[in-house]
Design a protein around this ligand. Structure first.
Ligand code: GLY
Length: 350
């Protein structure tokens, strides 16, 4: 897998050079876009990457709606009708949903063809486009059906972020905070100070650092059986908070924001159970509050959130498991946590 990270030369220019090489001389390209990336990113991509000028493209619905087996089937039929062979490469131009779907289609077509991720969201650039997790949703269950297949290339071009609303950027910032919390405390503090300064600039070097951490973790555990679990810091709470926020009468929270809130709970438990300094919890809460309003859950709310946590795919032996932190940069994976402790953590968010 090649990751083209931001540097002084344009990422799209480097992609153009790679695709001009002999390894890709027989390739035929098929670009997946959604309505947003069709309008804001496709022309820019094609004008910079010569090899993609004759590509066919296929537009899929925006967001989770595209991660549907019926849409995957339509794509397989389209590929078959166009006589796409094993030299076909699917180019996913979009956020995590487009790359999850496109990777899934690539993994299934003729038992696996190559795909390239060109993430256009911050969360895509630092997380979803790296690591080879592909999926569709089945009913209400997210990401329960999919394959591991590493992308041939992930090309990170930060200029695509310019068209995104602030909320989308905040979403990615929380995953960046998570990555630096578990692996690079110095960068974590740098990013926190940028957030606290009130002027949020997403520096390309921060994106590169984050993408490199993700890639290094995936390299050690590509199939998510052990060390890769560290990337789930804040996610046991985060996924459940996200699902709860989609209940009638609640305000839906995007994934990154829910994880950002979940990290308060995970840090609280890290203080209680592993002796992490209380000051880290307070500092993080202050930083996170700049990007998202911390919810105040009632006891009844915590019962509903716990019900979602019981369905988490990271659970084992009937126990709810979390990643906690001994020190910044020293996560501990797969810790079974008692339900009363989980409830208390949820009540301590504010
Ligand atoms: N987003 C977590 C992982 O890729 O394992």
């Amino acid at each position: 897998m090649t990751i083209i990270t931001p540097s002084k030369t344009s990422s799209l220019g480097r992609l153009n050079r790679i695709l001009s090489g002999s390894k890709y001389s027989d390739a035929r390209y098929f670009i997946l876009v959604d309505e947003n990336t069709y309008s804001h990113c496709l022309a820019k991509l094609i004008s910079n990457v010569e090899q993609l000028q004759s590509a066919e493209f296929f537009e899929v619905p925006v967001g989770e709606e595209c991660k549907d087996i019926a849409i995957a089937q339509q794509l397989w039929e389209t590929l078959l009708e166009s006589d796409a062979d094993r030299n076909t490469i699917i180019v996913n131009l979009g956020g995590g949903c487009v790359s999850d779907l496109g990777g899934f289609v690539a993994a299934g077509y003729k038992r696996g063809i190559r795909y390239i991720n060109i993430p256009t969201s911050l969360i895509g650039m630092i997380d979803a486009s790296i690591g080879g997790k592909t999926a569709v949703n089945v009913g209400a269950s997210k990401n329960q059906v999919g394959f591991f297949l590493q992308p041939e290339i992930t090309c990170i071009h930060p200029a695509f972020l310019d068209t995104l609303p602030d909320e989308e950027i905040f979403n990615g910032i929380f995953e960046m905070l998570k990555t630096f919390l578990i692996a690079d405390p110095e960068k974590y503090h740098q990013l926190c100070e940028i957030i606290l300064s009130g002027t949020l600039v997403v520096l390309p070097e921060m994106i590169t650092a984050c993408a490199e951490i993700k890639a290094a973790v995936v390299k050690q555990d590509p199939e998510d059986r052990s060390i890769r679990h560290i990337l789930n810091f804040g996610h046991t709470f985060g996924h459940a908070i996200e699902s709860f926020s989609r209940q009638p009468g609640q305000k839906p929270l995007p994934h990154g924001m829910a994880v950002g809130i979940g990290m308060v709970c995970a840090l609280y438990l890290s203080v209680q159970k592993l002796g992490l300094g209380q000051e880290h919890l307070e500092y993080y809460r202050q930083v996170a509050s700049k990007l998202v309003k911390m919810p105040q859950y009632s006891l009844a709310d915590t019962e509903q959130i716990l019900a979602f946590m019981r369905q988490d795919k990271k659970n084992a032996d009937g126990e709810i498991r979390c990643v906690l932190m001994q020190e910044l940069g020293a996560p501990v994976i797969d810790l079974p946590i008692d339900e009363n402790e989980l409830r208390t953590a949820l009540l301590k968010i504010q």
